[in-house]
Structures are given as C-alpha cells and as structure tokens.
Design a protein around this ligand. Structure first.
Ligand SMILES: [Zn+2]
Ligand SMILES: [Zn+2]
Length: 53
C-alpha cells in the first residue's frame, strides 16, 4: 500500500491513520451521521466547520 492515504470522510483533507481508512474516530463515526463539515480538529483540515462569530 502507498503511504499517505487520505481520510475517507468526504470533507476531510487529513491523512488517514496507517491502520484505518480515517484520520480519527471522529471521521469514522461521522460517516453514519451525515455530518457535512469535518470536526476531527486536526490543524490544517479544510473540512472544519466555520465558526459562527
Ligand atoms: Zn478532518
Ligand atoms: Zn478525517
């Protein structure tokens, strides 16, 4: 397998963990909750929800 697979969460731009299709348990759970934005909390994740001012 090639190193550096992206997280399977549609809106997550993080790299998946070596032993998972997701970068975090958040993304793994979000797959079932129709979450639009990614809330994995990783720095640099472009799917993170924009904060309401
Ligand atoms: Zn993410
Ligand atoms: Zn992710």
């Amino acid at each position: 397998m090639v190193e550096g697979t992206n997280c399977e969460h549609p809106n997550c731009t993080c790299m998946a963990a070596e032993d998972s299709d997701y970068c975090s348990t958040y993304c793994e759970a979000a797959e079932d909750s129709l979450e639009i934005a990614c809330g994995c909390g990783h720095a640099g994740c472009e799917g993170t929800a924009t904060r309401v001012a």
